[in-house]
Design a protein around this ligand. Structure first.
Ligand code: ADP
Length: 307
């Protein structure tokens, strides 16, 4: 039996699941440096065909790409901090320089802040890729986290005004990584704010249903045409790059959301209609929800001193 020959847990999970969805990548049992991509497909009646492909080179190139992006982002961090610091100093300079250079310094400040946001997002994406497949297992109080996110977003300083925000959340907790989840949820809420005019509204809901735990961010904003939806989670894919930049976007927010959800065994669903609004939904399977703490029994009033 194949299970006796290939004992890697990832492979066993793939075989035991029986659905043979996609392929699975494992180290070769014969050589630790070789990576194999294995795929099983139905073949005739009661038979299956196992295809094993050597993907060592593809894997190496992918690692080179990831390391390169992470290193470049890391190297850019310090020079950008220095440049932004000096721009800030010059803007508050008393010698008259700031007045003459006001417009230029303002633009330089904006652009360097934008570069810093891109670098931070790229570093976050690199670290998310590094933790892929790991099982982050802290218990995260999603309701508390959403309350904080909504409060921070309401206080956002926006020239156009912030749309109305409403929150309803069940006390359901998730097993996961608190920093990753905070960053994903913040991205969804800030996107809704960026792409919804001041008069519009945004609703954030956290609930459970037959699908598992669902975080839903719905807005009445500008919406996205159907042909763009499948590409929104690609890095730097923007429906309108100029508009995204003007709103302080990096083009990396939804890529971060997708990676965080992948790390949590969750999926992202999107629905949108141009001119009507959008709905972004994160669906966490039941196995990712922390058991609800039992409600403490009500204290008997006669036992409480002073009553
Ligand atoms: P950005 O930093 O540009 O917002 P994202 O990766 O977060 O990058 O989003 C990618 C693109 O998806 C955005 O540029 C925008 O065109 C579109 N988008 C994301 N969220 C929304 C939304 N709530 N309403 C309309 N468009 C959205």
């Amino acid at each position: 039996p194949i299970r006796n020959l290939l004992r890697t847990p990832k492979f066993l999970e793939y075989v035991n699941d029986g659905a043979f969805r996609g392929s699975v990548e494992i180290k070769s049992p014969a050589d630790d440096h070789t990576r194999l991509s294995i795929r099983i497909v139905p073949y005739g009646e009661h038979q299956h065909l196992l295809l094993a492909q050597d993907v060592t080179e593809r894997h190496r190139l992918e690692r080179v790409r990831k390391d390169f992006v992470a290193n470049v982002s890391h190297e850019l961090r310090t020079p950008l901090t220095v440049i932004s610091g000096f721009i800030e100093n010059l803007r508050h300079d008393e010698s008259g320089c700031a007045e003459r250079w006001e417009r230029a310094l303002g633009l330089m400040g904006q652009q360097s802040a934008r570069m810093q946001r891109i670098v931070e997002d790229l570093l976050l994406l690199a670290s998310l890729e590094g933790t892929q497949g790991l099982t982050p297992r802290e218990t995260v109080e999603v309701r508390e986290m959403l309350e904080e996110i909504v409060e921070e977003c309401e206080a956002m300083d926006s020239a156009d005004g912030v749309p109305r925000l409403s929150l309803s959340a069940e006390p359901v907790r998730v097993l996961g990584n608190i920093h990753q989840l905070r960053s994903a949820f913040t991205n969804l809420v800030t996107n809704a704010i960026k792409y919804t005019p001041a008069g519009g509204s945004i609703s954030v809901r956290w609930f459970t249903d037959a699908r598992g735990g669902v975080l839903e961010v719905t807005d009445t904003g500008e919406g996205v045409a159907a042909e763009h939806l499948p590409r929104l989670t690609e890095r730097f894919y923007r429906v309108d790059a100029g508009r995204s930049r003007e709103k302080g976007g990096t083009g990396l927010g939804l890529a971060i959301v997708k990676h965080v959800l992948q790390n949590h065994g969750a999926r992202l669903e999107m629905e949108s209609e141009v001119g009507k609004g959008s709905c972004f939904r994160c669906v966490f399977p039941d196995c990712r929800l922390a058991p609800v703490a039992p409600v403490p029994a009500r204290a008997d009033a006669s036992n409480i001193p002073g009553t």
